[in-house]
Design a protein around this ligand. Structure first.
Ligand SMILES: [Zn+2]
Length: 471
């Protein structure tokens, strides 16, 4: 592997992305450095910790500072705009500060990425329109206007803003795909105009870097969209936001110097490695939080240490289920030889007890450990790419570890509305019926409700909302 010093910086003066090692401009793993003036530098590939209403779930801010290596955050605007006059917009902040960081109490040097929706987003039954997208706040479904989103970026001043994208809930047909391209293109154009356009006074120009969305399309429409992106917006965008790993294959060489943020939901570290080998720089890994919630302490190391490289041994699990009663009297640490705060201070028996007692400290401890495992994993990936042994290391990793995360045998913490898919007509009940005796009365109530006239909706409208097929 050759180490090329492609020293390119993007248009946004505050942000620069430098590729330190790669074999090819696209579709190859690469090591880079994302530097934003006055912020912590992000070494890539790296994962972006996901927040829920401004915090990393289970991790208090002081714990995050003292016991994790979290050095970037992703937040969704939908978490903050439930009210008509969202208080986040009234947060006092100096000109060089981000009101959003003040609002969620993270230090100014923490790189913060803002998108319209949290990740992973809950699918919204209402359809997007040509000027807005549907999203879910804590008070229900609503529409976020593209213009309002850009204003939010201007007010909240995140370090990186991800452009609004028109995504379909299900596999889009050809007409829908064309609409996705048209809408997203128009939103990009208007956003860039509003943020950095020639009509904006120099001192009013946004300091946030803009990551342009790449649609999850794989046909002529994708090329059409990318051509426009390149010819019209090349010098205003600082990065790309992708919504499926297959899109990494469509990034043209002319846009190769831009950092790629992949909104992915990998189910295992193997998938993360595959996405990195396709050239992803920043990745979301909801898998981390899901494992902690399930009571699983992740347990994998990349590259695989020599002691584990025994071809004859059976595949090693990727994690340990702390709900299992085997751990009831086990005083060893969550991960063998792990140096995280959780492993240095607590043992398996304690975590098992906390889980069984539904004590929420359990998830905090698991989260600290899992963040440590994931950070070490990405550090190992970067070293491996720089050393030029990434391919062999991935092959060894796939041999040594099983192909799936262990199944949890226990329950997670209580789920909240914004973490659950909306109730569709054919979804099973989330909770068993609690009041059997009321069933007769409930049926009568349901019957009386169904006689209440429903508002008439035209067939076109129904199709637009994707209801036609369900009906
Ligand atoms: Zn640990």
């Amino acid at each position: 592997m050759t180490t090329s010093a492609m020293d390119q910086s993007s248009s946004s003066p505050a942000m620069s992305f430098t590729v330190l090692a790669s074999t090819a401009p696209v579709l190859a793993p690469r090591v880079g450095k994302l530097a934003i003036a006055g912020r912590k530098t992000i070494a890539t590939p790296h994962h972006v910790p996901l927040t829920s209403r401004g915090t990393v779930p289970h991790v208090a801010h002081d714990v995050m500072r003292q016991h994790t290596e979290i050095n970037s955050l992703y937040a969704g605007l939908e978490d903050f705009i439930a009210r008509k006059q969202p208080p986040v917009y009234n947060t006092p902040a100096a000109d060089h500060e981000s009101p959003l960081k003040k609002f969620i109490c993270v230090p100014e040097d923490m790189p913060l990425i803002l998108g319209p929706r949290r990740f992973p987003p809950i699918p919204c039954p209402p359809a997007n329109t040509s000027s807005s997208i549907a999203l879910l706040t804590s008070t229900g479904f609503t529409q976020l206007d593209a213009h309002d989103y850009v204003q939010a970026v201007q007010k909240l001043r995140p370090d990186i803003a991800v452009g609004m994208v028109d995504l379909a809930n299900k596999q889009p047909g050809s007409k829908r795909r064309a609409r996705m391209v048209d809408r997203t293109h128009a939103w990009n154009r208007d956003a860039l105009e509003q943020l950095y356009g020639p009509s904006v006074a120099e001192e009013k120009k946004a300091k946030s870097a803009y990551f342009a969305p790449i649609l999850p399309l794989d046909n002529a429409q994708q090329s059409l969209y990318l051509d426009d992106l390149e010819s019209e917006f090349r010098w205003d965008i600082s990065g790309l936001a992708l919504y499926q790993s297959a899109s990494l294959g469509f990034v043209p060489e002319s846009l190769a110097d831009l950092p790629r943020l992949l909104f992915s939901e990998p189910e295992t570290p193997h998938t993360i490695l595959r996405d990195i080998s396709l050239g992803a720089d920043l990745l979301t890994t909801p898998l981390l939080g899901v494992s902690s919630d399930a009571g699983i302490a992740m347990d994998f190391v990349f590259p695989v240490p020599d002691v584990l490289q025994d071809g004859s041994a059976k595949p090693r699990p990727l994690g340990t289920d702390m709900w299992k009663s085997d751990h009831a009297v086990d005083t060893s640490s969550l991960g063998e030889g792990c140096t995280c705060y959780a492993c240095k201070n607590y043992h398996r028996a304690y975590v098992h007890h906390l889980l069984v007692a539904k004590e929420m400290t359990a998830w905090a401890i698991l989260q600290i450990h899992n963040f440590h495992v994931m950070d070490a994993f990405f550090a190992g990936v970067r070293e491996s790419i720089q050393r030029g042994t990434f391919e062999q290391d991935v092959r060894m990793f796939n041999c040594v570890y099983t192909s799936a995360m262990p199944e949890s045998t226990g329950e997670g913490p209580r789920l909240r509305g914004y973490q659950l898919p909306a109730n569709g007509p054919n979804q099973p009940r989330r909770m068993p019926k609690a009041y059997g005796l009321l069933d007769g009365a409930a049926q009568k109530f349901a019957a009386s409700q169904s006689e209440v006239a429903t508002p008439d909706a035209g067939a076109d409208e129904l199709e637009e909302q994707g209801f036609a097929e369900k009906a």
